[in-house]
Design a protein around this ligand. Sequence first.
Ligand SMILES: [Zn+2]
Length: 240
Amino acid sequence: MKLYYSIKQKLIELIYSNIPRSGTILLFHEVDNDISNCIEYPRNWISRDSFTTLIEYIQKNAEIKPIGSVLTNMQRNNIIITFDDVYRNFYYNAYPLLKKYSIPFCLFVTVDRIDKEYYLTSEMIEDLTKEPLCTIGSHSITHKKLRFLKLVSIIDEINNSKAILEKKISKPVKYFAFPYGSYYAVSFKNIGCVKKAGYTAAFSTIYSDLNIFSKLNRYFLPRRNVNEDNYKEILEGLIL
Ligand SMILES: [Zn+2]
């Protein structure tokens, strides 16, 4: 079954790669020069130096938009910055740079991981809640592959994560990022539940750009997962 869904995903990515893009959503996880601080090295890791190079390049050569723009007038060279899971190294290594350049960003927080080792603390979230550049979205409660859960648990992961985060930050939580975000991990039923829960849009890990179909497909939007190995390729792709 896994093979079927990974072929399906590759096919969709191939089709999308032949459609003109209307903006790109970048997905980051861990940002740190010291890999001993990182638990997702190497796939979901970028050094702080490379992150700085990439952000400064984008800042000069593209236009970075807040996540609220995702369904409205996104242009070819528009970029949206997102982080999943949200590690403490985001707060120390990425946030100061984003703040320096006034770059908007969205953090998809996994509720059960708040205050756990490596992840954002409640104090950090409280601080980020006051930050106008920051939007907080949900990345579920327990970070499981939603396809394989019973309906009652799916609804808990999607609806209650929204409710808990809204209570915590005293703001509406309008965006959801699926844990793992692949076709294998996410079913059509899961996508329907996110829509029903009242989210505005949801995000996958389909490795591609936004396109003319994105508005119709706003509960499974593609994002490019950035790491130390592919950031140069992504950077070069942004000017093509
Ligand atoms: Zn995740």
